[in-house]
Design a protein around this ligand. Structure first.
Ligand code: GSH
Ligand code: FES
Length: 131
């Protein structure tokens, strides 16, 4: 029941160390060239998505407000990137910043090369893949 859940929220948080979200985040960012940790209600996040969309670049969006453990993911992201804010954007397995940083990278012409580097890496991995 609702009251149970509220009463247990502290202990269930203790029972779930941030290691699990960190591992999941690391897996997601190594599997996908562009990952945006986002919230559906956030216009900064939408602007970041639009930037990639307009460049015809596929991205993986993880909507933290729709995740049951979204707040723990935000804690993990804070540990990994120094900020708990959204969006948190990763390209080629590396944190590149929030919305402002990403737009700046794009203006400096550095965003597309990072993405292409990742595509190249992924396509070469499959050459001679025996699995
Ligand atoms: N300059 C940062 C601003 C990030 C920021 O302030 N994000 C707000 C939402 S727009 C936030 O994450 N607030 C806390 C939260 O939603 O948990 C960026 O461009 O990403
Ligand atoms: S722009 Fe307001 S929550 Fe991100």
């Amino acid at each position: 029941m609702e009251a149970d859940r509220m009463g247990n929220s502290t202990s269930s948080t203790w029972g779930k160390p941030a290691a699990a979200p960190v591992n999941q985040i690391q897996e997601t960012i190594s599997d996908n060239c562009v990952v945006i940790y986002s919230k559906t209600s956030c216009s900064y996040c939408n602007m970041a998505k639009k930037l990639f969309h307009d460049m015809n670049i596929n991205y993986t969006a993880v909507e933290l407000d729709l995740l049951e453990y979204g707040s723990q993911f935000q804690d993990a992201l804070a540990k990994m990137t120094g900020e708990r804010t959204v969006p948190r954007i990763f390209v080629n397995g590396t944190f590149i910043g929030g919305a402002t940083d990403t737009h700046r990278l794009h203006q400096e012409g550095k965003l597309l090369p990072l993405v292409h580097q990742c595509y190249l890496k992924k396509s070469s991995k499959h050459v001679g893949d025996s699995v």
